[in-house]
Design a protein around this ligand. Structure first.
Ligand SMILES: [Fe+2]
Length: 296
């Protein structure tokens, strides 16, 4: 079978040229490092999914920066909006990304929901933005669209990607806004067991849990990470830990098709963290006369 490496990055929080996010974070530099790192990875990513908060304040100038930096990616990429995004300037900056049309809901609200059929892993982008809200969720129309779309190919292994996770993270200030229609989404996912993952952003941290009979997760941020404070009264603060990403790797191992999700870190520059160095652990001294093994 054909393997597919789908990378997910999230929460870029780009600013117009010359400004730092929250007067601290050079988010454009972080995205440039990420693009450079992903282009060097083996295997090369087949696609990159970017799960929202592309721009920090939704400025048209920020989407132009986004377009310029992403033009350096050596593979296709697909965008979904987050609560920091504005859909009209986003669409205007990517006129060649026709999938951003999505569909119109009552009240002429655009839902940027779409399906990508180009890979052995079926990719479904969902728009979880509620206009004017920091928290997110789905609507009856989006759930109906998802149900219909999943029903079209019940045997196709599928990854859903979206900005807001449909679960609480344990980071108190993020949990004050429950995901709208999360129970309905969980029930829907249970009816479609081909859903291998629900891959989200918004939390700026890697977090995983069971949801609707599948595995749901949030990706680390690119622009900054939320402080890992699991108290209900956790303040809304971020830290400049390294940017991270997920690789959703659809492949066959030990005779079984499987979707693995690995977490990677973006170095400040190639080799920043040291290595690669060969392992010389004592793995099984009784079997190895030298006591050395080259496996970690
Ligand atoms: Fe964010």
């Amino acid at each position: 079978m054909r393997s597919t490496a789908v990378v997910q990055i999230s929460d870029l929080h780009l600013k117009p040229p010359g400004s730092l996010a929250y007067e601290v974070a050079d988010t454009a530099a972080a995205l440039r490092r990420t693009v450079d790192h992903l282009n060097r990875r083996q295997p090369r990513p087949d696609a990159v999914l970017i799960t929202g908060d592309l721009a920090d304040e939704g400025a048209a100038a920020s989407y132009r920066v986004l377009r310029e930096i992403l033009s350096g990616l050596a593979c296709p990429f697909f965008l979904v909006p987050g609560n920091h995004d504005r859909k009209d300037p986003l669409r205007a900056a990517f006129p060649d990304h026709g999938y951003l049309e999505g569909f119109l809901e009552p009240g002429a609200r655009r839902a940027m929901c779409y399906v990508i059929e180009d890979f052995p892993l079926r990719l479904i982008g969902l728009d979880t933005v509620i206009p004017g809200e920091h928290g997110g969720g789905l609507t009856a129309e989006r759930l109906r669209w998802l149900d219909r779309t999943l029903s079209e190919r019940p045997a196709a292994p599928t990854l859903l990607f979206m900005h807001h996770p449909p679960f609480a993270s344990g980071i108190g200030h993020m949990d004050a806004e429950p995901f709208v229609l999360r129970q309905e989404l969980a029930a829907l996912i249970r009816r479609h067991p081909q859903v291998e993952r629900i891959a989200c952003g918004h939390i700026h941290r890697a977090v995983h849990r069971r949801f609707g009979g599948t595995i749901a997760m949030a990706a680390p941020g690119i622009g900054m990470q939320l402080d890992l404070d699991l108290r209900p009264e956790a303040p809304s603060v971020f830290v400049m830990e390294p940017a991270g990403f997920l690789i959703h790797f659809w492949t066959e191992l030990w005779g079984e098709p499987t979707l693995l999700t690995h977490v990677g870190t973006v170095p400040e520059q190639p080799g920043h963290y040291g290595g690669p160095y060969p392992f010389f652990d004592v793995a099984s001294p009784e079997k190895s006369p030298s006591g050395r093994s080259e496996k970690g």
